[in-house]
Design a protein around this ligand. Structure first.
Ligand code: BGC
Length: 761
């Protein structure tokens, strides 16, 4: 089955256009370029023209109405860097654009196996003569700084002059929407051009721009390859550089131009040297060869990440799109992470959240563990800033990771639903523990993960205290951002308990392996005893009256907000109600306790889970895209497969149907990971246990089967579930212990395992 997303719905409204800019973006975890039209747009169109480098940021003022102690007054923001997308075509002096009169057969294709995005249309001039214009873009997974645009003009019956003007701008503006708290409210000139050079000998334009405050530099290098009819003409150089190619085109002929852009930044590269080296490297291969290695990279990716269901083509398209978006978004170098919008737009200002660890890491842990380990390395890189952050918040020991950040500095302005979300610490810990179980990668624990576990645990002991025999955690916010600064958020307390228990369990191994940080940080056996005691005494709120777990100490005492009676246009509630109004009611933005049901499934019995699910489902708006996927997984846990399907269907199509009406600002990357979770952890019921993998498969009515692969402890397993049987086979690596519906088995290269599908569970 080919993995393509095709759109033919033209002419475009402005809203559709911005949506497509996001959906057809091309990225590789280092750079991301929105799918803007090379030729630009009519004057009355608003487009978010954008190109980003992961981890390249500037620092903006964040004015607090009242500057209380410890409130951040600066924030990191992703930068819209150099624009190398612009190329204008003229035939006999008339500009060729997608919006010209008589344009037909417009089509866009995102090819997720080839790793390219293309656009094509037929254009007609005033005399009725036609040409086909096609554009193909690639951001290379093999040479991360490389972005290419290939343009072909094929004449049907046009004869005359062709002139191509290709522009290179060293700076661009960030997008602003003061009415939406999820976007930047103010704009600034973050970048300014420091140097513009056109090197004639190599026909390369080079622009270096520097940031205003963060002291970073971005260099872009651009060169072209044109077909024989075209000759390099004028070069204009000022703040920007534009080059012109002129020639003649005859009926039946094709003329083409390839624009190569290299993006490099001073966080990773020594600019001058790297620029020259990279230019030489790009020129070692033809564009066709760069396309070929791109395809090879993706072949390997899909071999590991393949995920499909039988009986739902639109769903398969969105599944592929989700996984492709994840590989496009993930920083793979240990100094960058995964922004909430990937590299597809400026929503949430390019910040990294807990979204990575809870929603996206499992996909990488189970398919590309080498990327997952880099994401852990990133958290290690910012550990010192997390230590500083903890001091700012008054903690004598430990580290508190920032809720929103790019390079480690806390960048959330509104602390009740920002900094107060201390659970980010235990989320990071959870992902490290799960990563270790899935990979057995002890080096990652020794070098990065172990120290993070210690420092985040120390924070928990500092912030928590004993109330009688109970260990309690007060004044923090759980995942649900409509219920803020509460005592004993269940999700947080349970996640902390999990983290502390696992640290105590892993400690002897870390000691035996002489983990350096044990001595450096002065970790003692007594400290472990304190963790064990806090974990055992952890308070987990429960209502005897309702026989359900309580989201926190006060949630169940508040009046219920009847969300089913509110008009549709009042959602998302955050755009229409004062936060205090929401905080005073029982209303949830997203899965909170229900997320604990999933992540800590072994801690709950089925009946408690069913009652709790029914209760919190009625109070949840799913205003956050991080919600429906979790409700789907837990619906599966309680055996409500059709309900699980309903939530899954909704969450898996959020971006391709723009159901949250803000995909134009960027993809919902966490939800992309959530789609993976929904299928693999939901319908297949996979859980990563310490020494084995567990599966509890259930398929909804509509699907005939589902198939996926996972890496576990270095072995690659293929899993196919249909309504007759579950088949497990091993493609590479040592034998793996698996349980299916609680029945133990071993899958090895000699021993595929097949067991009957259970219809009723
Ligand atoms: C959600 C957070 C999430 C953030 C970024 C918010 O709407 O409530 O849980 O981390 O979006 O995706």
């Amino acid at each position: 089955m080919s993995k393509q997303m095709i759109k033919k719905d033209f002419p475009l409204t402005n809203e559709e256009l911005r949506l497509q800019e996001t959906l057809f973006h091309t990225a590789n975890g280092y750079i991301g370029v929105r799918g803007n039209f090379e030729e630009g747009y009519p004057m009355d169109y608003i487009s978010s023209r954008g190109q980003y480098i992961n981890g390249v940021y500037d620092v903006a003022e964040m004015k607090q109405a009242e500057q209380l102690y410890g409130f951040p007054n600066k924030k990191e923001v992703i930068l819209n860097v150099a624009d190398t997308q612009s190329v204008h075509l003229y035939l006999d002096g008339e500009e060729v654009t997608a919006f010209s009169q008589g344009v037909r057969e417009m089509c866009r294709v995102l090819d997720m196996e080839k790793g390219t995005a293309s656009r094509q249309f037929i254009w007609k001039n005033e005399q009725g003569k036609e040409v086909t214009v096609s554009y193909r873009r690639m951001t290379s997974f093999v040479l991360l700084p490389l972005f290419t645009i290939e343009i072909k003009i094929t004449s049907h019956d046009f004869e005359g002059t062709l002139s191509i003007v290709s522009e290179h701008h060293g700076t661009a503006h960030n997008f602003v929407n003061p009415d939406d708290p999820r976007m930047a409210a103010e704009t600034e000139d973050y970048l300014s051009v420091a140097e513009t050079i056109y090197e004639e000998e190599q026909a390369v334009s080079k622009i270096t721009a520097v940031t205003k405050t963060s002291n970073l530099a971005v260099q872009t290098l651009v060169f072209h390859e044109a077909s024989p009819q075209l000759e390099l003409g004028a070069v204009e150089e000022s703040e920007s550089i534009s080059v012109v190619y002129d020639g003649q085109i005859k009926s039946g002929e094709t003329a083409s131009i390839i624009k190569y852009s290299l993006f490099i930044d001073s966080r990773r590269y020594e600019l001058e040297k790297a620029g020259a080296d990279l230019l030489a490297k790009v020129r070692e291969k033809t564009l066709m060869e760069w396309y070929r290695v791109q395809e090879e990279y993706l072949q390997k990716f899909w071999q590991r990440a393949e995920l499909s269901v039988g009986g739902d083509p639109l769903l398969n398209e969105s599944l592929n799109y989700s996984l492709y978006s994840l590989i496009q978004s993930a920083g793979k170098d240990g100094i960058s992470n995964i922004a909430a919008k990937g590299l597809s737009g400026e929503g949430y200002e390019g910040h990294y959240f807990w979204d990575t660890e809870i929603y996206m890491m499992p996909f990488f842990t189970l398919t590309y563990p080498e990327i997952a380990s880099k994401l852990i390395e990133f958290r290690y890189m910012i550990l010192d800033k997390a230590r500083e952050n903890a001091r700012t918040l008054g903690h004598k020991q430990g580290a508190l990771f920032p809720w929103r950040t790019i390079s480690g500095t806390e960048s959330s302005g509104y602390y009740p639903s920002g900094t107060a979300q201390y659970h980010i610490n235990s989320d990071i810990a959870y992902s490290i523990i799960q990563y270790y179980h899935a990979t057995g990668d002890i080096d990652c624990l020794l070098n990065y993960g172990g120290e993070i576990l210690i420092e985040t645990s120390r924070l928990w002991l500092d912030v928590g205290h004993y109330e009688g025999t109970r260990f309690v955690l007060n004044c923090m916010t759980g995942p649900d951002e409509y219920t803020c600064v509460v005592n004993n958020n269940y999700y947080t307390n349970q996640s902390v308990q999990y983290q502390l228990r696992w640290l105590v369990k892993l400690y002897p191994l870390l000691k035996e392996k002489n983990a350096l940080f044990i001595e450096q940080l002065g970790v003692t056996d007594e400290e472990m005893t304190a963790y064990q005691a806090a974990a055992d005494a952890m308070y987990l709120p429960y209502s005897d009256e309702l026989q359900i777990h309580a989201q926190d100490d006060s949630f169940l005492e508040k009046p219920i907000l009847p969300i089913e009676e509110l008009p549709k246009e009042k959602f998302p509630l955050l755009l229409h109600y004062h936060p205090l109004y929401l905080y005073r009611h029982q209303v949830c933005k997203q899965a909170d306790l229900v997320l604990a049901y999933f992540l800590h499934d072994q801690a709950f019995d089925e009946e408690a889970l069913k009652r709790g699910y029914a209760y919190y489902e009625k109070r949840t708006t799913h205003d956050s895209s991080l919600s429906s996927c979790i409700f789907s997984i837990v619906a599966n846990q309680i055996g409500e497969v059709e309900k699980a399907y309903h939530y899954f269907d909704e969450s898996s199509k959020i971006d391709i149907t723009n159901s949250h009406h803000n995909t134009q600002d960027g993809i919902h990357a966490a939800n992309m990971g959530g789609t993976y979770l929904g299928l693999v952890f939901g319908f297949a019921g996979l859980r990563i246990r310490e020494d084995f993998l567990e599966l509890t498969p259930r398929l909804p009515e509509k699907w005939s089967n589902c198939h996926f692969s996972v890496m576990y402890q270095g072995s690659l397993l293929h899993i196919t579930i249909d309504k007759e049987r579950i088949c497990l086979s091993l493609e590479e690596g040592a034998a793996v212990d698996v349980t299916v519906y609680g029945q133990q088995g071993i899958v090895s290269s000699e021993n595929e395992w097949e067991i009957p599908y259970r219809k009723e569970q």
